[in-house]
Write a protein that binds this ligand. Sequence first.
Ligand SMILES: Nc1ncnc2c1ncn2[C@@H]1O[C@H](COP(=O)(O)OP(=O)(O)O)[C@@H](O)[C@H]1O
Ligand SMILES: [Mg+2]
Length: 310
Amino acid sequence: MVSHLPTHLDAEKALAVALAALGALWPRRAVTLTPLKPLTKPLRATVFRVAGGPRPAVAKVWGPGNAARAAAQAARQAEVAAAMACGPCRVPGVLGFDAARNTLIMTDPGGESLRTLGERGAAVAAQAGGWLAAFHDLSLRAHPFRPAGHLAWAADLKDAVRSGTRILPEPEDFAARIDALTPLARAARGSPACRAVTHRDMTLANLVTGGGAIWGIDFENARQDEPLRDLFTLALDLCILAPGATGRETALAALRQGYRREIATPEARLFLQQAFALGVWANTPVMPSRRQAARLEAAQWMLGFGEPVI
Ligand SMILES: Nc1ncnc2c1ncn2[C@@H]1O[C@H](COP(=O)(O)OP(=O)(O)O)[C@@H](O)[C@H]1O
Ligand SMILES: [Mg+2]
């Protein structure tokens, strides 16, 4: 059955729903809310900082059409918060989840996201890498490197580009890069590597500061995957923020140093770096937005390396 419930809420509606959820959780408190994201258009999830409650909090409210997503995020965050409750790398605890209002209420670390601090380059990169390592450590396990799934994906993509069912920028260069994955896969197949439950949206915007710690937010995925996917996402985000090659190389070195773990051989890391960068390219429309163009430029910059930078 197709759901007709709204997936997005406008600012006024989101505010009203968040206030109702907070009223149910803390009936005797008069709270005030400040948006943590610009409220210029209806959003899938609207996030407010909550003042006036028994403790600093953040409320995140989804549209009713995203009820399953909201519940999954609340459940997963509660799980990870319990495992990362102290030390320098943490996750905000869940104070309440109002399933009728699709509203998650969590503790507020009090700082700002690493995206807004991104111009501090290397320091932010090292902190991000450190948090990601602590998160992966919860589920990391040895598993020989298997590129078959990535190669099948790449072959399908190349066919789709050739037949015109998929349209993306610079299709010939793209196809040549896809072909170059095969020898890289051969060199990496079967090498010692690891799997872990990944974050799957590991951007700098999903890491926040506060109380001398780094806090991860915005959880959902609970499945084992390629942990280097998260490292790649952070690397790409750092490259988008860093203007030139020197700044980028410094940031990526700091990211690796912060992450510290050698979870795959250089051959496997190079293969994955190329595959993930091609994934960004594959998702870029021919007329990209500014953000999409910046992502593509950073991904193509990473594709130019013959050695792993993650
Ligand atoms: N506790 C917090 N402290 C500071 N900023 C936050 C906090 N929670 C969320 N934000 C800001 O709000 C943004 C959106 O929150 P997030 O939960 O990641 O929602 P979305 O699902 O839209 O990405 C974050 O990227 C971050 O910039
Ligand atoms: Mg987010």
